[in-house]
Design a protein around this ligand. Structure first.
Ligand SMILES: [Zn+2]
Length: 267
């Protein structure tokens, strides 16, 4: 994973594993001026005027090199992953969003799909040979409900092969900062992915900590992805508030990152 600064000043992360245009945004390179949203806030309802958010979206999509009409609905920490296409362009940003969704897959060229995060785990997926991509929002609820597994299954339904799927896991809160309670541990133990997730709850300190990115790596591996096809950044959103928005570090007063991917039109 490398941190890139585009000619327009937008700073984002990309994975060398994936050739299709994709990026995990940072908070650097936008036009938001509020202390908590400065400067690349990519979500409505965080304090910025909608026009500011749309300017940031235009800057970020230009930097990454994907079409600007990104699909990204409100998110509800579910494991629902929707197959989208041409007709859905702009859903959530340019067309009113009546519903919610936490993940998307598409086989349509030039359709940008994105998920929003500020500590939760963003996962971008691509089977470049089949021409299928995915974007998933995996907070702890989505993680233990297996959204990564659902996303891979949706990609397979569009012709992808898990042995070929490349996964990039972007900046999220790390186990350095993600202290959890006993209710969290009990919920994980009762979840469909308990056997894969429980090994990533650590009890070295007085209060347990959890490693959400590692849980998602384990789930992706169990869904058939190869270890060498999973690229996971170890940048922690809560440690690096100079680069990222963190829900926990800011106690909720924050902007939001966007993580997106598209199949290029010429492919
Ligand atoms: Zn940290």
């Amino acid at each position: 994973m490398q941190l890139v600064t585009a000619p327009n000043g937008v700073c984002y992360l990309r994975s060398d594993l994936i050739a299709f245009p994709h990026g995990f945004s940072t908070r650097v390179g936008g036009v938001s001026t509020l202390p908590h949203t400065a400067s690349l806030n990519l979500a409505f309802g965080r304090g910025d005027a909608d026009a500011v958010v749309l300017t940031n979206l235009a800057r970020f999509t230009e930097a990454v090199g994907v079409p600007g009409e990104v699909i990204s609905l409100p998110q509800v920490h579910s494991a629902d992953v929707r197959i989208v296409g041409e007709a859905d362009r702009g859903l959530g940003y340019f067309h009113p969003a009546k519903d919610a969704c936490d993940g998307y897959v598409t086989a349509d060229k030039g359709v940008s799909i994105g998920v929003k995060t500020a500590d939760c785990v963003p996962i971008l997926l691509a089977d470049e040979e089949a021409g299928v991509v995915g974007a998933l929002h995996a907070g702890w609820r989505g993680t233990v409900a297996g959204i990564a597994r659902v996303g891979v299954a949706r990609m397979i339904s569009l012709g992808a092969d898990p042995a070929r799927i490349k996964a990039a896991i972007g900046p999220a809160i790390g186990s350095c900062c993600y202290t959890v309670g006993e209710d969290f541990c009990r919920a994980v133990a009762g979840s469909p992915c308990a056997n894969l997730c429980l090994p990533h709850i650590y009890r070295r300190e007085e209060q347990p900590t959890a490693d959400l990115p590692a849980m998602n790596v384990a789930i992706l591996r169990s869904a058939g992805l190869r270890e060498e096809n999973i690229d996971c950044t170890h940048l922690c959103t809560c440690c690096r508030t100079d680069l990222f928005y963190s829900h926990r570090a800011s106690q909720g007063l924050r902007g939001t990152m966007l993580n997106l991917i598209a199949i290029p039109k010429g492919e």
